[in-house]
Ligand binder design. Structure first.
Ligand SMILES: [Zn+2]
Length: 279
């Protein structure tokens, strides 16, 4: 997609499976399983969508996927398919790992930040994008590096700390402009400091919602994952942003849908639904 000077691509780092019940929180299985059919282990398939944004002078990557250094057994446990191929996908667009200037991590869960580093045979973690500055909210970083019993399974601090040690992290405290037409804002909900990313140029708006609305099946307001630490913030943010997105014709990017981008509309009952998919 082109928005004036800005070029935008959605890149999928494969897919994985998570428990359908956990992905839909309080919604009973007979309802959610109509749209997302679970496998025999009750997992639903989730794409790992990353966004490449090329402005006049910057190459920006939003999210890094699961990456290629998964812990033993992880790939099987999470039914991973085609993961760890982000660099290949970028190469298909003529973008080398060294070309990425900015890596934005909406939050640091392993399915969004895992690909930021890789583990060498000598046991050391290395940045996947050797020239990239990693932009992350400071509070998110602190929570990821000091997880508690509730959050521990979602973070891999050992894979993140080397980025800080090498001075590659730009710690953010709230909203910030990344480049002309590209800005970040804290959405909270899923994690207290999770960010959304807006690309606004040539009269168009593209919005990467991260895990605020992970798939099109989460557009309904009460469809909120049990993973969310503050589901009422997720609800309020959905109620605030989705009607605006529908009214203003934003392209909405779903972090985990195999159909990653759509325009939205609000029906007579007030339900938000996709009305136009991107090619
Ligand atoms: Zn996620």
């Amino acid at each position: 997609m082109k928005l004036g000077e800005i070029e935008l691509h959605i890149i999928q780092d494969g897919s994985f499976g998570l428990d359908g019940g956990a992905m839909f929180g309080i919604v009973p299985r007979p309802l959610w399983s109509r749209t997302k059919v679970p496998d025999t282990a009750n997992r639903i398939r989730l794409s790992l969508n990353c966004v490449l944004v090329r402005t006049a002078d910057r190459t920006i990557l939003v999210e890094a996927g699961l990456g290629r250094s998964l812990p033993p057994g992880f790939g099987e446990h999470l039914a991973c398919e085609e993961v760890g191929r982000l660099e290949e996908r970028l190469a298909e667009l003529d973008v080398g790992a060294a070309d990425v200037d900015v890596l934005i991590l909406s939050h640091l869960h392993f399915d969004h930040a895992g690909g930021a580093t890789w583990l060498a045979e000598d046991g050391r973690w290395h940045p996947t994008f050797p020239n990239a500055e990693v932009w992350v909210q400071r509070g998110e970083w602190e929570n990821a590096c000091r997880p508690n019993e509730r959050t521990r399974a979602a973070y891999r601090p050992e894979s993140l700390r080397p980025l800080e040690a090498e001075g590659r992290v730009r710690f953010l405290d709230g909203p910030v402009r990344v480049a002309p037409g590209v800005r970040l804002e804290v959405l909270g909900g899923h994690t207290p400091h999770m960010m959304g990313v807006w690309v606004e140029a040539a009269g168009a708006t593209v919005f990467f919602a991260s895990d605020l609305v992970p798939t099109t099946a989460h557009l309904r307001y009460p469809y909120i994952a049990a993973y969310d630490l503050d589901p009422l913030t997720t609800l309020e943010t959905k109620q605030r942003l989705l009607p605006v997105a529908a009214r203003e014709g934003w392209w909405w990017i779903f972090a985990h849908d195999e159909r990653p981008m759509a325009r939205l509309e609000e029906d007579e009952k007030g339900h938000i639904r996709p009305c136009e998919e991107a090619r």
